[in-house]
Structure formats: structure tokens, C-alpha cells
Design a protein around this ligand. Structure first.
Ligand code: SAM
Length: 277
């Protein structure tokens, strides 16, 4: 398949663009494994972000009812008209997915899942857009850099645990479903990747004010070496005594650092903090 694709790309005069994070997958087994692990079924609508030369799009289309694939690079148009010829249930939309009005799109398509080999330079904004704006997205199965995958799925009190881990936990359960070596991509990137599945579970963390939760999380990781108490005092302009009372009310050690708090503990802290702000 790799050689077939290379000749189509050459025929169409296509040149890979680093600025768009273009690293394509051609291995059929890997492609069908991603779609199977995503749990795509015959009645499903799937959104793909960044369809590249359409290899993953085709694999999704083989299992799903419909795939709507967004692609920022219009120079892929001649390539896709060849590689997706005859694939009736795939629609390609040439648009930057970050600029897509998700609520408008959701009115048209109803419930859907996302399956994508994400462009590395916008992985986090794309995942956050979906988790923050979507109302009818069931899951996101996405190829990301291995380092990002470890961060998304980390447990508290580990070096990979960060603000993004705790923010994502608010709405989704994250698991690494497959590690993918750099040799599987064309052109070959400098790092390995992994496929992560984020399953949307609304209300998995009960918190009164989601925006305040996010602020507390970001505050906690502002300066990893400082205690949570110091970070709270500096960011929320509360007194040291108030910060200590907050931590005590949430059963959090006064010397604790942000990285030791579970998402549930961040939620309790945000709820207590809301009472005094
Ligand atoms: N899905 C293909 C595959 O697996 O071979 C291509 C994956 S490649 C890592 C990422 C693709 O996303 C590229 O084709 C790139 O042009 C496209 N892309 C980059 N930024 C985008 C954006 N903001 N919206 C939509 N597509 C984007």
C-alpha cells in the first residue's frame, strides 16, 4: 500500500508539509486495528480530523455508516479524489477543524465518535475543543505523540500527571490502546506515537463550577515546585489562613503539591474555594 500511495502522491505532485503535521499511515493492519479499537459499528457516524491521503478514512468507511473527514490542506484534493474514489459514505470537508462550528455540525449529524491520526502541532487544542464544546461526541480515538498519550492517561503522583490530565478527567476516561513506533509513518517523525481512547462520561467528576475547577488545576501546576498552598495564595488572592482552611476542609495535607491531587480532590477544592470567593 505504501508504494501505491507514493505513486499517487507523486502523480498529483503532492509534497508533505511539516507545518500541517503530515505523517501518514499506510499499514492496513494498523489502520483496521485503530478503527476496531475505536469500537466503530455499522450504524455509526464518525468524524475524522485531518484525513491526509485518506487511508484511515477508507478504513473507517469500511465499518461506519458515514465518515465526515476534515482536512486543512486543499492540495490533497486531487490525491483524495483518487484514493477515495468509489467510497460513497465518506465526505471530505476542506476546513481547519479548529474553526468548525461544532454545535451547528452536531445539529446535522447527531451522535458521533471521532477517530483520527492527529496533526501533532495542534493535538491539545483539537482534543480540548471536542471535550469542551461537544454535546453528542461519544468517544475520541486518536493517535498522538507517545509523550502526550502518557500525559493524557497519567495517574496523580506520577511525573506525567499534569494540568491537561486533570482537565480531561472532568469529562473523559482515558486509556492507551496501542503504542505505535515511528517507523509506521510516512514520512517518519522523530518520536514514537500511541493511540489513546477518550471515552466521554459526562458527570464522572461532580463539580459545581467547571471553569473554577480548571483555574484551580492550572494554578496547582503553575509552579510544580511550590506547595499548593502557595500557588492558591498567589493566584486567588486569598490569605494564607484561608488557603490552609480550604486544604484542611478537603483533607489535603498542608504541604501537598498539586501533582498529588486526584481529579476528585481538585473538584472538592474548587467547590470549597467557590464558597469563599
Ligand atoms: N489521517 C491521515 C493518516 O493517518 O495518514 C493523515 C494524518 S496526519 C498526522 C494529520 C493531517 O491533519 C494532515 O493531513 C494535515 O494536513 C491535517 N491537518 C492539520 N491541521 C489541521 C486542522 N487544523 N484541521 C484539519 N486538518 C488538519
Amino acid at each position: 500500500m505504501e508504494n501505491d500511495l507514493k505513486s499517487v502522491l507523486a502523480e498529483c505532485g503532492f509534497g508533505f508539509k511539516k507545518k500541517f503535521g503530515q505523517n501518514f499511515i499506510t499499514d492496513k493492519n494498523l489502520l483496521s486495528c485503530i478503527v476496531a479499537q475505536a469500537g466503530v459499528e455499522s450504524g455509526d457516524t464518525v468524524i475524522e480530523i485531518g484525513c491526509g491521503a485518506g487511508t484511515l478514512t477508507r478504513a473507517i468507511a469500511e465499518r461506519a455508516k458515514k465518515v465526515i473527514a476534515f482536512e486543512i490542506d486543499t492540495s490533497l484534493q486531487p490525491v483524495l479524489s483518487k484514493t477515495l474514489a468509489g467510497v460513497e459514505n465518506a465526505e471530505v470537508v476542506f476546513k481547519d477543524f479548529l474553526k468548525v462550528n461544532l454545535s451547528e455540525l452536531e445539529k446535522e449529524i447527531g451522535e458521533y465518535s471521532v477517530v483520527a491520526n492527529l496533526p501533532y502541532y495542534v493535538t491539545t487544542p483539537l482534543i480540548m475543543k471536542l471535550l469542551e464544546e461537544s454535546k453528542s461526541c461519544k468517544s475520541l480515538t486518536v493517535m498522538v505523540q507517545e509523550e502526550v498519550a502518557l500525559r493524557l492517561c497519567a495517574k496523580e503522583n506520577t511525573p506525567d500527571y499534569g494540568a491537561i490530565t486533570a482537565v480531561i478527567a472532568l469529562r473523559a476516561r482515558a486509556e492507551i490502546i496501542k503504542k505505535v513506533p515511528r517507523t509506521m509513518f510516512m514520512p517518519r517523525p522523530n518520536v514514537d506515537s500511541a493511540v489513546v481512547k477518550l471515552t466521554v462520561e459526562d458527570g464522572r467528576i461532580a463539580v459545581n463550577d467547571k471553569e473554577l475547577y480548571k483555574k484551580v488545576v492550572h494554578t496547582a501546576f503553575l509552579s510544580r515546585r511550590k506547595t499548593l498552598e502557595n500557588n492558591l495564595v498567589n493566584s486567588f488572592k486569598i490569605t494564607r489562613e484561608q488557603a490552609q482552611n480550604l486544604l484542611t476542609a478537603c483533607n489535603i495535607d498542608l504541604k501537598a503539591r498539586g501533582e498529588t491531587l486526584s481529579p476528585q480532590a481538585f473538584a472538592s477544592l474548587a467547590d470549597e474555594l467557590k464558597n469563599i470567593l
